[in-house]
Design a protein around this ligand. Structure first.
Ligand SMILES: [Fe+2]
Ligand SMILES: [Fe+2]
Length: 154
């Protein structure tokens, strides 16, 4: 999704989420390229942290802001919430530190999240733009909450 084509009312919020998606995809790639177990372990834990925070700000702020915009959007949000649940189970498995299963768990997580991200970017975000949901304040809330959860200034 091309950020410059997103209308200004949605641009900041969607850009923040798109940046998160890019960042996680880079980690998926880095994991594939990693040479040893220690590198894989550290990339995996960074991935889990980023995904946990991303899912949390979507669930606390982004998805609720979209609720009721249309029946179609509500349906997508229900699905997205279920998908977050599945991703969280995989994250918990990875974080529990069974190193024998790391490769398998991580690979499934990457495929699964890849699919979820595609749906958000190709279906949910365009629907939000079409519905003209004003996300100006939501962008600020997402930014502030993310900064709080990452322990970094916005
Ligand atoms: Fe999501
Ligand atoms: Fe997302």
């Amino acid at each position: 999704m091309d950020k410059s084509k997103v209308p200004v009312e949605q641009r900041a919020a969607l850009s923040l989420l798109l940046d998160d998606h890019r960042s996680v995809k880079k980690l998926f790639k880095a994991f594939e390229d990693a040479k040893d177990d220690a590198a894989k372990q550290s990339i995996a834990s960074e991935t889990c942290q980023q995904l946990t925070i991303h899912a949390q700000i979507e669930e606390e702020i982004f998805y609720p802001a979209l609720r009721g915009a249309s029946d179609k959007i509500d349906g997508m949000l229900d699905e997205a919430t279920v998908e977050h649940g599945v991703a969280k189970d995989l994250i918990a498995k990875i974080e529990s530190g069974n190193s024998k299963m790391l490769e398998a768990n991580y690979t499934v997580l990457a495929e699964y999240v890849g699919h979820h991200v595609e749906e958000e970017e190709n279906e949910l975000f365009p629907a939000v733009i079409r519905a003209k949901v004003d996300l100006t304040e939501v962008a600020q809330q997402l930014e502030a909450r993310k900064a709080e959860l990452t322990g970094q200034p916005a």
